[in-house]
Design a protein. Structure first.
Length: 134
């Protein structure tokens, strides 16, 4: 396990809560090293057995220290790993033909907490990340 910020660890827990609410709690996500340098390792979200998809890696030094800024990146990495490794498309918007909702900055929140965003019918917030309910 690599050393990472409190914000990164909190972000994994927040996204895990959404997985659990979606009945996908068997995917206990973790952040793992996927390359980079010794001083600036690249990290990605990985499955419990360590498998991951590295297309959304980010270096530790560029993750940030605030949860809301890190959360969007972690959520996207979790989505990418689930989709590419397990072929699980998550989360989906049932109102719009099960379209994939993606992590985006909130259009309505002055605090900037990221949301799961569906682009169906002009777009809408599916839920704040960490507050997904099915």
């Amino acid at each position: 396990m690599i050393e990472m910020s409190l914000a990164a660890r909190e972000s994994v827990s927040i996204v895990q809560a959404d997985l659990d609410a979606s009945r996908l709690g068997q995917y206990k996500m973790q952040l793992v090293r996927a390359g980079g340098t010794d001083t600036d390792p690249s990290i990605v979200a990985a499955l419990p057995d360590g498998r991951f998809w590295g297309g959304s890696s980010i270096t530790v030094n560029h993750m940030g220290t605030e949860v809301r800024s890190v959360l969007r990146t972690v959520a996207g990495s979790v989505q990418d790993t689930l989709g590419e490794v397990e072929r699980v498309i998550w989360p989906r918007c049932a109102k719009h033909q099960n379209r994939l909702a993606v992590a985006e900055p909130s259009p309505d929140s002055p605090e900037g907490w990221p949301v799961w965003w569906c682009d169906g019918m002009g777009g809408h917030v599916l839920a704040l990340i960490g507050h997904l309910r099915y």
